[in-house]
Design a binder for this molecule. Structure first.
Ligand SMILES: [Zn+2]
Length: 154
């Protein structure tokens, strides 16, 4: 029996590990790939190795009241939490986020940052309602002169 004609002969063989079980941790962050590797490094530093990833423009900002997609995105969050028995959610916002630049084009960066902190806290309130019992941690990641830092938001 041959393969379907639309399949090519080019096959890439992965060497990275596949995990047999779901992670109990979900990461919610912006799609912005510039922060992908620093985020993964940070996650490993707090013991998170293969989390579920919910990456979308603005990250947790899509699940606050002002977001047009709030309800749909919260439903997706609840779907994943229920299906994978999530116990921990890590929500990150980042400096220079295009989502906030588009939404608040006339604001100063410090004002946008303040709004991001407020949105992170509101996201936690929403997540607490939709996923009771799940621990939610909030972080802000930013590029400094020579490196990238992650700040925990309380
Ligand atoms: Zn962003």
């Amino acid at each position: 029996m041959g393969k379907p004609s639309e399949m090519s002969d080019e096959i890439f063989e992965c060497t990275a590990a596949w995990h047999d079980t779901y992670s109990d941790t979900m990461v919610i962050k912006c799609s912005d790939g510039r922060f992908a590797e620093p985020t993964d490094e940070f996650l490993r530093s707090i013991g998170v190795t293969h989390p579920d990833r919910f990456y979308l423009p603005g990250g947790p900002a899509s699940m606050v009241k002002e977001s047009a997609s709030q309800e749909l995105d919260l439903q997706k969050l609840a779907f994943l939490v229920e299906g994978h028995a999530t116990k921990r959610i890590i929500a990150l916002a980042h400096r220079g986020c295009g989502y906030y630049h588009t939404k608040y084009p006339r604001h100063k960066e410090t004002e946008r940052q303040q709004k991001q902190f407020e949105d992170l806290r509101e996201f936690k309130q929403q997540a607490d309602l939709r996923a009771p019992g799940v621990r939610v941690e909030l972080y802000y990641i930013e590029k400094q002169q020579d490196n990238v830092t992650v700040l925990r938001i309380s």
